[in-house]
Design a protein around this ligand. Structure first.
Ligand code: FES
Length: 169
């Protein structure tokens, strides 16, 4: 027995029958597609890999790092001293600069010297810069996230070819 025949048999007629049928159709036919979230993956092969105003960079295979002139740091990712930099959220400090892998394959860099007081105590913490002296917090673009960090932080540009990270101004 079809649905409308069943409904008629139990007394539904005319407009009432149509209302029930359309209500059922909507309820039963509303199949929502599963929500699919693709894992974020670093883009490759596009862009310049020479940083941006956000202070981040994406790895670009074949990026010619040798063209970068005003270098502040050149970091060999295969060196044991770079081990912390190879994991997302990890960071190293060198020559007064904190360099971190903020997300997969994306490196960021900033001065270690805080703008609250000139203390060299800025580190990377999860997804922001943090000064261990009094707790100043800075975004990845260097803007202050609390009153101690209100003067912002100097951010440097980064570039990488996947083997080397260059920090430059
Ligand atoms: S010196 Fe960095 S928070 Fe005070």
């Amino acid at each position: 027995m079809k649905r409308h025949e069943f409904l008629k048999s139990i007394g539904f007629r005319g407009a009432a029958l149509m209302a029930v049928l359309s209500a059922c159709t909507k309820a039963e036919d509303s199949v929502l597609p599963a929500l699919t979230i693709s894992p974020a993956s670093p883009s490759t092969g596009s862009g310049t890999g020479t940083g941006s105003e956000t202070g981040t960079t994406t790895p670009t295979t074949g990026t010619d790092l040798s063209t970068i002139t005003n270098r502040l740091l050149t970091i060999d990712l295969s060196a044991s001293s770079s081990a912390n930099l190879k994991k997302v959220g990890g960071y190293i400090t060198q020559s007064g600069i904190v360099v971190a892998q903020s997300s997969s394959g994306v490196f960021v860099a900033a001065t270690q010297t805080c703008t609250h007081e000139p203390k060299r105590q800025v580190i990377f913490n999860v997804n922001e810069y943090y000064c261990t002296a009094h707790g100043a917090r800075f975004s990845l673009t260097g803007s202050g996230k609390n009153s101690f960090g209100s003067r912002g932080l100097t951010i440097y540009k980064t570039a990488t070819d996947g083997k080397t990270v260059v920090v430059y101004s």
